[in-house]
Design a protein around this ligand. Sequence first.
Ligand SMILES: Nc1ncnc2c1ncn2[C@@H]1O[C@H](COP(=O)(O)OP(=O)(O)O)[C@@H](O)[C@H]1O
Ligand SMILES: [Mg+2]
Length: 181
Amino acid sequence: MAQLQMDNITVKFGGLVALSKLSFSINTAEIVGLIGPNGAGKTTVFNVLTGVYRASSGDVRFNGNSILGKRPHEIFSRGVARTFQNIRLFSAMTAVENAMVARHCRSGTGVVGAIFRTGAQRREERQIRDRALEALAFMGVDRYADTVAANLSYGLQRRLEIARAWHPSPRCSSWMNRPPA
Ligand SMILES: Nc1ncnc2c1ncn2[C@@H]1O[C@H](COP(=O)(O)OP(=O)(O)O)[C@@H](O)[C@H]1O
Ligand SMILES: [Mg+2]
């Protein structure tokens, strides 16, 4: 079974048909590129996939379940994470800190633990950091872990954004799928 499947997706903006009966499927661990000239409909595909736009017909299935019509944060919690054309990193924070943010609200330590730096708090912080470093390594940017995001090249910032979206905590990072206001 394909992990991600688009079936006959049509998206219309008034009289303009942005996507016409688009179908494709992607299997687990496959890396797929979507290319096309300006206005071809690439961004529209990602917007339908993540619940920003509604398709007028067709279906999108992720791990066998339809995600069509679900809200961006619901789709995110099922494991579909995206980035946007404009980079949305925390520019004054380091690469590893950016990746840690997406995991923080899963932590159990509260304000008291954070202030007094209890053993449990430090242990938890280390776990979050280790997972973040794993994500950086997955995207080949672990050697920039302590570099401030603003100082990374555009290409490295892109990779860092994908690292941040890799196995994050759904509860604390659903903002990542939310389109710009
Ligand atoms: N929110 C929208 N309202 C009206 N038209 C849109 C909207 N979003 C995209 N389009 C139109 O849909 C077509 C595909 O756009 P888009 O998906 O952004 O293309 P790409 O990302 O491949 O450059 C274009 O003609 C674009 O003008
Ligand atoms: Mg685009």
